[in-house]
Design a protein around this ligand. Structure first.
Ligand code: GLN
Length: 214
């Protein structure tokens, strides 16, 4: 069994711990360097990327996390976590830094004010066809976007896993159609959305399989 840490500085930590455990991982919180050094994989939850960035430095985790990512540590970043995994960001604050590792440009708060929070079903490469073990759900993945970023540009080594569909569930055209909202680069996985609050555990299942060497 792999031990997967959830970075517990800020954001929705508990929901990730629950989702990881429901797909068979041992899930632990990570706040200290010794805890980060001990995990087989790490989830960076959604929250506020500027705050998590500052806390990573205050808690002395930033250099170690960068080093572990360079060594190949599997990391899954959701929403604010996706921003932290990006090599470059647009619309960050003046002193905002990222941990980096993924060759992507991420636009923070990309969906704008009117639609800054919404739920939608997404085709997600590799997992839309598989059944969600706890719920038995198949087909598109149920996702929640909360003041979410998107990936504006992805490098050659980045595999795009999900995009915003052209029309919503009522058949109306979607302004952000085609925007990249999930991607993978080696052991690094990022989603613009929160899968941990819709009860669909397939993204966590994918990450745990990456941690296990898949
Ligand atoms: N808007 C937040 C940020 O910039 C991300 C929101 C989220 O993680 N739900 O960090």
């Amino acid at each position: 069994t792999s031990t997967v840490g959830v970075l517990a500085l800020q954001g929705d930590v508990r929901e990730h711990l629950t989702a990881l455990e429901s797909v068979g991982a041992r899930a632990v919180t990570v706040r200290r360097p010794a805890e980060l050094a001990a995990v087989d994989g790490l989830v960076i939850p959604g929250g506020e990327s500027t705050t998590i960035d500052k806390l990573l430095r205050i808690f002395d985790l930033d250099d170690l996390l960068q080093a572990r990512i360079k060594e190949g540590l599997p990391v899954y970043g959701s929403c604010a976590g996706m921003i932290l995994l990006a090599d470059r960001i647009l619309d960050g604050t003046a002193d905002q830094r990222t941990i980096g590792g993924m060759d992507v440009v991420v636009r923070r708060n990309a969906f704008g004010r009117q639609v800054d929070s919404f739920e939608t079903d997404l085709e997600f490469a590799g997992i839309s066809d598989a059944a969600d073990a706890p719920t038995g759900r198949r087909g598109p993945v149920r996702t929640a976007f909360i003041r979410a970023p998107w990936i504006e540009e992805a490098g050659r080594d980045v595999e795009v896993l999900a995009r915003i569909p052209a029309v919503d569930t009522q058949g109306r055209p979607v302004a952000a159609a085609g925007r990249i909202v999930a991607a993978r680069q080696g052991p690094l996985l990022a989603t613009a959305f929160h899968p941990e609050i819709t009860g669909d555990t397939r993204v966590h299942g994918l990450f745990v399989s990456i941690v296990a060497g898949g």
